[in-house]
Design a protein around this ligand. Structure first.
Ligand code: ATP
Ligand code: MG
Length: 156
């Protein structure tokens, strides 16, 4: 059905409030008023996993920037963080089930290593694409293109 991306996003950000405050994170949202024809659980799963990573692998006082916009029938979604980053040699592997970067930091930051594999499955389901850019100690940007019928509400 048609779902409001902003509504999904607002609901999720509410859930991350406590973690956000603990790390004193600045979360910047730049999202068009977008309606997508997709499964709501899929869209929630994508946002939830990407935002959860951008928060937990961030640094104190860091920033998370989320943007989404329509491009033809695609939704482009970008989640950028100022966190610890992913070493070059791990960047391909993080989409594999259960893969987590080095044991040292995985001990401190909990997770199962499934989040990004779920995101990848959803992206493939819609025949979309996923791009990861990351620099250690600088941050990570994930960009998704999801070919789902999108329409925007024009601003007045
Ligand atoms: P889960 O999402 O299941 O709770 P997880 O976060 O460990 O656990 P993924 O989301 O699949 O699993 O991410 C895999 C690994 O990639 C993480 O363990 C982490 O090492 C690395 N990673 C993912 N996102 C980021 C990010 N934004 N910044 C730095 N490292 C990241
Ligand atoms: Mg995760």
């Amino acid at each position: 059905s048609h779902i409001s991306v902003r509504e999904v996003l607002d609901g999720l950000l509410e859930r991350f409030k406590v973690q956000q405050e603990k790390m004193n994170l600045n979360i910047v949202v730049d999202c068009q008023d977008l309606y997508v024809y997709a499964n709501k659980g899929h869209i929630e799963g994508v946002f939830e996993n990407l935002i959860s990573n951008a928060i937990k692998y961030n640094v104190y006082d860091g920033t998370v920037s989320i943007s989404c916009y329509a491009s033809g029938k695609n939704m482009i979604l970008k989640v950028q963080d100022t966190g610890i980053g992913i070493p070059q040699e791990d960047q391909e592997k993080v989409f594999q089930r259960f893969y987590r970067v080095d044991k040292q930091r995985s001990k401190v930051i909990s997770g199962t290593g499934l989040g990004l594999s779920i995101v990848k499955h959803i992206v493939h389901f819609y025949k979309g694409s996923i791009e990861l850019e990351s620099k250690e100690q600088k941050g990570t940007t994930i960009t998704l293109s999801l070919p789902i019928l999108v329409h925007t509400i024009p601003e007045d």
